[in-house]
Design a binder for this molecule. Structure first.
Ligand code: MN
Length: 310
């Protein structure tokens, strides 16, 4: 996957349905990216939308220690709380409106779960950003940003989660040109967002229903917008809406994605899987008594760019 062959150089409005995927034992998530038609939007290579779910009296999110290579994870919540532990020793609780940003560099392991006690509702997104080659051997790092810039329009607000929107930058570290923003649109209103025409963009709705480029955006689907747009008008339909905007410079490097790894070829995936399963790499996440998610068996044949699965 990746490379420039699938990038739309001009504006389009294409709807790509996601799919429901079980995450751990208790949670069902909507996997919006990758989908059957698109693998990347700029450097964004993965979007899971979970909730809103009532987790009162239940354990909520329970994702045991697992490894990552070649990517950044972005945690963004609309409701609830997620506790993050990683092999660097980080221990943080990410709450609504805050950015949890983990850069794997050459390798990191982490666990995510609902703290005890936790709020009744859990609602958020987990996204991955593919790292360009130059950043894939850097040291891993964890960033937690509680204050993010907000742009205001008559119809609503745009919170810059990652990257740059209309000249306003998130404090989160990026390694290739990108934008991630949450648009909160008032009932019956619309906001107009300036865009970087060299980026490709996509939208997904997190709450309510919305419309952009003459096309409704429904929960669980991605609206791909292509490149070449200098601005975008997003309207709320039937009440307020919260919409996630992702985009970036088309990602030129072809990637192989399998399980929790973003790599360049099959051998790299095989090596990362072995290093995790035989405990020769990645380090331990404190506090789980050694329990961790084992990497599953590899599919038959060699993983190739464009033919990968997760
Ligand atoms: Mn993870």
């Amino acid at each position: 996957m990746g490379g420039l062959a699938t990038v739309s150089p001009g504006p389009v409005a294409e709807v790509y349905p996601g799919k429901d995927v079980p995450l751990g034992e208790a949670t069902l998530v909507r996997r919006v990216l990758p989908n059957l038609g698109r693998r990347l939007v700029g450097p964004w290579c993965f979007v899971d939308h979970y909730g809103p779910e009532d987790v009162s009296g239940r354990s909520g999110m329970q994702v045991p220690p697992h490894p990552h290579i070649g990517l950044q994870t972005v945690s963004w919540l609309l409701a609830g709380a997620v506790q993050h532990h990683d092999s660097l020793g980080s221990d943080a609780v990410v709450r609504p409106g805050q950015l949890g940003l983990m850069t794997s560099g050459a390798g990191i392991a982490h666990a995510e779960y609902s703290p005890e006690p936790h709020p009744d509702l859990l609602h958020g997104v987990q996204l991955w950003v593919a790292l360009p080659d130059a950043a894939r051997t850097e040291s891993p790092r964890w960033e937690h940003h509680a204050e993010l810039p907000v742009l205001t329009d008559a119809g609503g607000t745009a919170t810059v989660i990652l990257g740059d929107l209309a000249g306003t930058a998130s404090p989160g570290t990026t390694f290739s040109p990108a934008v991630g923003a949450e648009l909160a649109v008032a009932a019956g209103a619309a906001i107009t967002v300036p865009l970087e025409p060299g980026f490709e963009h996509a939208l997904l709705v997190l709450a309510g229903t919305a419309e952009a480029a003459g096309t409704p955006i429904v929960p669980g689907a991605m609206l791909y917008l292509g490149c070449g747009r200098a601005e975008l008008r997003v309207s709320a339909v039937d009440g307020p809406a919260r919409v996630l905007l992702i985009g970036g410079a088309p990602f030129e490097e072809r990637i192989v994605m399998w399980w929790n790894f973003v790599a360049r070829d099959n051998d790299e995936i095989v090596a990362a899987r072995a290093a995790w399963n035989d405990r020769s790499g990645f380090g331990d996440v404190p506090g789980f008594d050694g329990y961790r998610l084992p990497a599953p068996a590899l599919p038959p044949g060699r993983l190739r760019p464009g033919g990968s699965t997760r």
